[in-house]
Design a protein around this ligand. Structure first.
Ligand code: B12
Ligand code: SF4
Ligand code: SF4
Length: 267
């Protein structure tokens, strides 16, 4: 929480929101889902924007030292985004902006010099508290006292053992989950681009991917870093959740996959 631990002489934090496209998959029996912010690798996209902005700042302040962060920095990006006026907190834990809803990523720049400060007045912007996000969350993660370790987004990324209860809650999500954003009325004005069919979410294709094909298809997405094994495990889980008989003939010796096949075959 203390930027001075990362930049001793930090005097300014510039919080940046970078919107991404809202996408939805048309229903298809053998298709999985990738969350909107993972279709592209937002780390790369946001970093590029931060670098450009840092260069602009440097035009007027040549000697300024800067450090850019997306995700992996020391600060809670949401807390600082709200403090800076980028948006307000929703019950779905998202930072919501009146123009972009919650469909934006956050990054920030630490500077060793003071810049004039600007803060949007958000006195009238707040969550409607309609509780749709809480009611529609398949994993009950948003109820008071619940842990993010139940969140589908977390489950699709973890390499830990998944119980049958967790497997069932994951539905056909291959990576991430957008449900608590999709149901939020603060996003109603955001236009949706519907995807018909996508080779990246084709479950039959996913389970037979070679390393080369994996790199070619997913190399520029936000899920690439998590690895082929996790994606293939999630592909098998998606198949099971669509129709358990679809996994009947799958044999896989990799422990991450073998253990969930064993768990699912008990049912
Ligand atoms: C780890 C992580 C996750 C984990 C665990 C999250 C967690 N523990 O909170 C998992 C995998 C579950 C996850 C899921 C998602 N994440 Co995430 N995640 C992160 C990451 C890398 C670290 C978060 C963290 O654990 N920080 C430590 C905790 C203590 O801080 P915190 O998360 O900010 O939470 C605090 C505040 O949010 C605050 N708070 C939360 N709710 C409320 C409500 C009120 C009323 C108030 C006052 C305060 C408050 O209290 C929390 C505790 O102090 C951040 C980036 C970053 N470095 O901050 C992205 C980040 C938060 N994630 C992001 C996104 C987009 C998502 C997903 C939508 C991705 C997806 N489609 O699947 C989901 C959304 C799930 C949800 N409803 O929140 C964005 C959020 C953008 C936004 N507009 O809000 C971030 C900022 C990444 C980025 N660079 O853009 N994420
Ligand atoms: S991302 Fe999905 S599982 Fe996680 S809190 Fe939102 S609706 Fe629930
Ligand atoms: S769905 Fe309703 S309660 Fe949840 S964040 Fe949106 S407005 Fe707030």
């Amino acid at each position: 929480m203390n930027p001075k631990l990362t930049m001793e002489n930090c005097k300014t934090i510039v919080m940046v929101g970078v919107p991404y496209e809202r996408l939805k998959y048309k229903d298809d029996l053998l298709q999985g889902k990738i969350s909107c912010n993972a279709i592209e690798d937002y780390h790369v996209k946001v970093k590029e924007k931060l670098e450009k902005l840092s260069m602009k700042i440097k035009i007027n302040k040549k000697n300024i030292i800067y450090k850019n962060f997306v995700d992996t920095g020391p600060l809670s990006e949401r807390i600082f985004a709200v403090k800076s006026g980028l948006g307000f907190f929703g019950e779905n834990k998202m930072v919501i902006n009146e123009k972009y809803g919650s469909f934006f990523n956050i990054g920030y720049i630490l500077l060793d010099d003071e810049l004039p400060s600007y803060r949007h007045n958000r006195e009238n912007d707040k969550c409607f508290e309609c509780m749709k996000c809480i009611k529609k969350c398949p994993s009950n993660s948003l109820n008071d006292g619940e842990s993010f370790e139940k969140c589908i987004s977390f489950l699709t990324q973890t390499k830990e053992f998944l119980t049958i209860e967790k497997i069932k809650v994951m539905g056909n999500n291959l990576y991430g989950c957008d449900i608590c954003q999709d149901v939020c009325p603060h996003n109603d004005h955001m236009s949706i681009n519907y995807i018909d069919s996508d080779i990246k979410t084709d479950l039959k294709n996913i389970i037979k991917l070679s390393n080369k094909e994996y790199k070619k298809l997913y190399g520029e997405t936000g899920l690439f870093w998590r690895g082929k094994k996790v994606l293939q495990r999630n592909g098998i889980i998606s198949m099971f959740n669509i129709n358990p008989s679809l996994i009947n003939n799958i044999v896989d010796d990799r422990s991450l996959i073998k253990e969930i096949l064993k768990e699912m075959n008990k049912f």
